[in-house]
Design a protein around this ligand. Sequence first.
Ligand SMILES: *[C@@H]1O[C@H](CO)[C@@H](O)[C@H](O)[C@H]1NC(C)=O
Ligand SMILES: *[C@@H]1O[C@H](CO)[C@@H](O)[C@H](O)[C@H]1NC(C)=O
Ligand SMILES: *[C@@H]1O[C@H](CO)[C@@H](O)[C@H](O)[C@H]1NC(C)=O
Length: 464
Amino acid sequence: MKAGFNGLKGKEISLISIVLMAATIILWSWEKTPGLTAFPPPQKPLQLSSDHLKGMGESNTRTTSKKEVKEHILSGVSDEEPKHERGLEAGKSHGIQTLSTPTSEAKRNDAEVDKTSKLEKHKACNYAKGKWVPDDNRPLYSGFGCKQWLSSMWACRMMQRTDFAYEKLRWQPKDCKIEEFESSKFLKRLQNKTLAFVGDSLGRQQFQSLMCMATGGEEKPDVEDVGSEYGLALAEGNARPNGWAYRFPSTNSTILYYWSAILCDVEPIDVNNPQTDYAMHLDRPAAFLREYLHKFDVLVLNTGHHWNRGKLNANRWVMHVGGVPNTDKKIAVIWGAKNLTIHSVVSWVNSQLPKYPGLKAFFRSISPRHFFGGDWNTGGSCDNTKPMSVGKEILEEESSDPVAANAVKGTGIKLLDITGLSQLRDEGHISRFSLTAQPGVQDCLHWCLPGIPDTWNEILFAQI
Ligand SMILES: *[C@@H]1O[C@H](CO)[C@@H](O)[C@H](O)[C@H]1NC(C)=O
Ligand SMILES: *[C@@H]1O[C@H](CO)[C@@H](O)[C@H](O)[C@H]1NC(C)=O
Ligand SMILES: *[C@@H]1O[C@H](CO)[C@@H](O)[C@H](O)[C@H]1NC(C)=O
């Protein structure tokens, strides 16, 4: 009797709980989907209205003095790009368009909300806004040292240069403090991890800067060369490898750099022809990224200064989209191609994040150039030695690199926005002191090290 009674009660209870659960689910999903459908609306295809693009070719020479200045500073970044363009659509279509039940769809939405709130926490501090302040604790390493990693062509202390005021400044964000960089703290945070820079020579500068910061510029014979683990061994017949990877044995932390000037895949069109052209697959990330992404815990991407007709022609790069030569006129203009590539790479990395939830990925905004009175090959110069002659503060909320900013919008990739703050530092370039440049040719693109790229790494450190 007792058992029967209890059995009945058990059944009643489970019946009631089932009803309750069902009601909860119905109410909850009703609330989540005001459109009365449990499925999300179809994603909008990428929007590229031809109106936006009319007359916006790279050869467009419409200039105002303001534009001229900006073009000197931001090579390859045209300020004629429509400001309202969003990278959102591209970022969201990250290839995980699986048909899913309402429940798993809701779960994914929750995960996205989580991600967003995390992003918003970081948004609370816009590191790009702030000012340069004098600081006697700068630089973070001596420009006479760090010979193990610092290229002599960027070591301005070793040149005839005599002004070093540019070394003694620190970036102070407006709304927060940057945690003071300490190599031991940094290496600990990077314990058992790999931080990868992938990009052009400005990415290499940031890599060398970080190696010097992590070692304090001291000799470190125990740091291991682990390039071969990332396919970076010197190939026979090449003057230098495609990159470098070093491991700090005390914490098992690896820092690497891979040379990829344009971040997209580049392939010889005819492998048997030494004179072959190369397909630059604008919508396909560099093979190195696809092969090694799973090994990275922090990734810092950059591109920018190789997106010009001269470099494309010199390298015999031919634009390809979808595996075939590009026929789209909007993409054929340089900034259109660059924009497509940046969006594609960011969108691809974003699509990989669910697989590698620990990965922190950054896209570093463009590093500004400061050629005045000409370009690099027409007598342009950057002779100023007085820090912050152009101003010392950035107060704008918006990035000065709209292409990169739009590409990361709505994705899990963070913008390492260094464009504005670096724009204020025209005195920090190699200038006429470059060891390799011919007389008269100035380097107003690369930076003296120690110098401005150290600040980029401080801002990176604050976010990992
Ligand atoms: C170093 O870190 C990697 C992960 O990045 C791990 O697989 C490996 O076991 C670590 N090695 C040592 C000696 O701790
Ligand atoms: C690093 O990896 C080693 C070996 O796999 C492990 O014993 C150690 O706990 C790891 N340390 C951290 C902080 O992950
Ligand atoms: C940049 O590319 C993205 C993705 O292809 C596109 O949605 C966006 O409209 C482009 N931006 C401009 C200014 O054309």
